[in-house]
Design a protein around this ligand. Structure first.
Ligand SMILES: Nc1ncnc2c1ncn2[C@@H]1O[C@H](COP(=O)(O)OP(=O)(O)OP(=O)(O)O)[C@@H](O)[C@H]1O
Ligand SMILES: [Mg+2]
Length: 482
């Protein structure tokens, strides 16, 4: 919009400078202030075409101002920025009528894009929902202020007044269920039930009965009529956990229900209207499963309306100290002796790759608070614990469905953790590569009954190279019996 005036309120001079320079260059008129009172004067006098406001200012709170602004000038878009970047701030900004919410530090180009969009698309954004009740932040703590988590909060905030289907993907223990609950608790169905069903935990041939209910006598063991999760979740959210484990026949039936908005119980005939919001989650690669014919493509697209990808913990190690504090204080509330981790211990945790993600960190903290007698936990203690846990606990997740890379990564994590200073002897590359090469070559030789020409072809290696490797790696060649 040509000649638009942008009102900027932020008590941080650096922010005001950056914003007014960037928006000024883009041709906007920019007026800045460091306090909420001036902003309110401008707005109430009818000035400005768009507001950018901070939350915490010396004389007031941008979020508190929002409802007043919206009441006086409902069409004035307000962009909220804040360093207080919790999920509650994101949700409250959106619910109080903010056009958008930007966690600090923000990318100035992104701010500019939001401003351009707000001024070109006439009035969008809801006037919706009641503001969240106080204490909500306490009730549902999703810890983490890394940029990756900020993205998740913004998505959740944007989804609070929709019933859109959400597919949450991510490694085991990354917080998929936590986000599913947040979508429900902050959403417009929060008054209804949140019902979860884990596809991996229900026997395959009972999944349909679990989901849709069954009539008396519908199958052996169906001694009485039973309602299913779809009916239980009426008016609320149905969380389909581990959706990648759903058998194909059940997928077909689920797809039909989602298309028609109606279901029938197993053995029943009367269609029942499905009044649920679907949130699904998986730690498997569904696109991959679609290509392999293990997951219905049409169902995938039905579910993947809004994809949310949970970042693995190793991609947001800056969140580790806050998570540690959170789990320590929870342990303390539960009556365990108070503990602290020293800097070395935190550094050690940041270096570990966390194949089991937040759940693994949570378990480690619980273990340490329960088993360790000193108050301060050091890097040594962490190393010893990680090495021990790796040696005694079987791998998390399902072996065989794991990628080779993940298996190697876990192996290495254990290997590093088992060494005093975290560093194994030199020459690691060759040792690891030959450890992978040996079974690879041995398997190919055995699959070709020891025929080196065929094995070389299978491997895509030159015959002489193969021979050399057999010698170097000391692979035994057994000629197949024909
Ligand atoms: N950001 C977070 N803040 C606080 N706690 C978290 C966070 N993420 C995960 N957790 C905790 O870690 C544990 C695992 O989280 P959750 O069950 O949501 O993971 P998931 O992705 O559903 O795992 P899985 O794939 O194994 O089902 C829970 O106890 C949860 O409370
Ligand atoms: Mg889960």
């Amino acid at each position: 919009m040509a000649d638009a005036t942008i009102l900027v309120a932020d008590d941080d001079r650096a922010v005001r400078t950056v914003v007014s320079q960037a928006l000024g260059r883009a041709g906007y008129d920019v007026r800045t202030t460091s306090n909420a009172a001036t902003l309110w004067t401008w707005v109430s006098e009818g000035e400005g075409d768009l507001v950018i406001t901070d939350v915490v200012m010396p004389d007031g709170d941008g979020l508190e101002l929002l409802p007043r602004i919206k009441k006086t000038r409902p069409d004035l878009p307000v962009v909220v920025m804040s360093a207080r970047n919790t999920i509650a701030t994101a949700v409250k900004a959106t619910q109080n009528g903010a056009y958008d919410y930007l966690p600090k530090p923000f990318d100035i180009n992104e701010l500019k894009a939001i401003v351009d969009m707000a001024l070109s698309s006439p009035q969008r954004r809801r006037e919706s929902g009641a503001a969240p009740t106080a204490g909500e932040e306490e009730a549902l703590p999703i810890i983490g202020r890394s940029p990756a988590m900020q993205e998740i909060y913004r998505l959740v905030a944007r989804l609070t007044d929709t019933d859109l289907t959400v597919l949450i993907s991510g490694e085991s223990g990354t917080g998929k269920e936590l986000v599913a609950r947040a979508l429900h608790d902050y959403g417009q169905r929060k008054g209804g039930p949140f019902v979860a069903i884990n596809m991996a935990a229900v026997p395959r041939d009972l999944i349909e009965a679990e989901l849709f209910g069954h009539e008396k006598g519908a199958f052996t063991g169906a001694v009485q009529r039973e309602i299913g999760r779809f009916a239980q979740a009426k008016g609320g959210t149905l969380f389909l956990d581990e959706i990648g484990d759903m058998p194909l026949e059940a997928q077909t039936r689920l797809l039909r229900v989602l298309q028609e908005g109606e279901f029938t119980t197993v053995g029943g005939r009367t269609p029942i209207r499905a009044d649920v919001r679907i949130v699904a989650a998986t730690n498997r690669n569904l696109r991959h499963m679609v290509r392999q014919g293990l997951f219905r493509e049409d169902l995938f697209y039905r579910l993947n309306v809004v994809p949310i990808r949970m970042p693995p913990l190793r991609e947001r190690t800056e969140d580790i100290p806050a998570l540690v504090r959170h789990f320590l204080s929870r342990a303390e509330r539960e009556g365990l002796a108070p503990k602290v981790l020293d800097q070395g211990a935190l550094d050690q945790l940041k270096q570990y790759p966390w194949p089991g993600n937040v759940r693994e960190l949570e378990n480690l903290i619980l273990r340490l608070t329960a088993l360790h007698s000193e108050e301060t936990i050091t890097a040594e203690v962490i190393r010893a614990d990680l090495a021990m846990a790796a040696a005694t606990v079987p791998d998390e997740g399902r072996p065989g469905q794991d990628s080779l890379g993940a298996a190697v990564e876990r192996h290495l994590a254990r290997y590093f953790a088992a060494h005093e200073d975290g560093l194994p002897p030199e020459g690691l590359h060759e040792r690891i590569v030959s450890e992978v090469e040996r079974p690879l070559i041995a398997m190919c030789l055995s699959a070709t009954h020891g025929n080196q020409i065929k094995a070389a072809k299978l491997l895509g290696l030159n015959r002489n190279t193969l021979r050399k490797k057999i010698r170097e790696l000391n692979v035994s060649v057994k000629r197949g019996v024909r």
